[in-house]
Design a protein around this ligand. Sequence first.
Ligand code: ATP
Length: 244
Amino acid sequence: MTAPVLRMADVTSGYRGIPAIRGVGLEVLPGEIVAILGANGAGKSTTLLTLAGVLTPLSGVVEALGQPVVGGRPHLVARRGLCLVPDSRALLHGLTLRENLAVALSRSTARSTTELALDLFPALRPKLEVRVGLLSGGEQQMLAIGRALSREAKVLLIDEMSMGLAPAVARSLAPPVRRAATETGVGVLLVEQHTDLALDIADRAVVLGHGEIRLAAPSATLRERRDLLQASYLGEADPAAIGE
Ligand code: ATP
C-alpha cells in the first residue's frame, strides 16, 4: 500500500487551548488532490495550519512524509518538502517574477524546477522581468503555486486557491495543478470555498462543519450527490451514509 504524504488522525487543535477542530482524520497520498470544504469558520485553515506545523495540536497524530509534525516548528516540516501556499500568496511584490522564482531555489535544483513552473504555467514566461505587484491576480496565484513546485515540494497545501479570482481564471489553474500531481507525484491538499472548482480538481473531498468532519467522499460521488453535500453543510449528513 502507498504511504500517505500527509496524515492526521483524531486531531484536536485550535488556539490558546481552545479547540477549533475536533477528532479530525484525513490522508493525502502521493499524486493525489484532496479538497477541504466547509463554510466560514468550519476549521479549514486550522486544519491546514496544524498540518503545516504552525499550530500545535491538543491531541492526535499529525505526520508529513512519514514523520511526525512538530507543532510550532513549521520550518522543519517545510525542509522535508511541505509547502504552504497561503491565501495571501506571500509573494515579494517589489521583485520581478524571475526573482521570486529564484529565491525559492537551491543551487542544485535551480534550472530544471524553474522550467517546471514555466512549463506548467506558460503564461508566466513572457512576464519573467515584470515586477510581481504589476501581475494580475491569476498570474500571481500561478507564480505562488509554481514557486512552491520550484522548491521541489512533495506536499502542497493551498489555502483558497480561487480567492479574489474570476471563476474562469480560477478554473484555469486546475489542469496545471493536476498535471503537477500526476507528473511529480506531489500530494495536494486544497482548502476551497468554491465547491464546484474543488470537486472538479480534487480526487476526494472532506467537508468540515463546526470543526468536525461531516462528510468524506470521492469528488465524483459528490458531483452526483449534491444532496449529501448540501446536507453536510447544513449539519444533516451522516458520515456513515457514504463510503470512500
Ligand atoms: P474561513 O473560510 O472563514 O477562513 P475556516 O473554515 O478556515 O474559515 P478557521 O479559520 O479554521 O475556519 O476557524 C475555525 C474557528 O477557529 C473559528 O471559530 C475561528 O473564529 C477560530 N479562529 C481562527 N483563527 C483564530 C485565532 N487566530 N485565534 C482564535 N480563534 C481563531
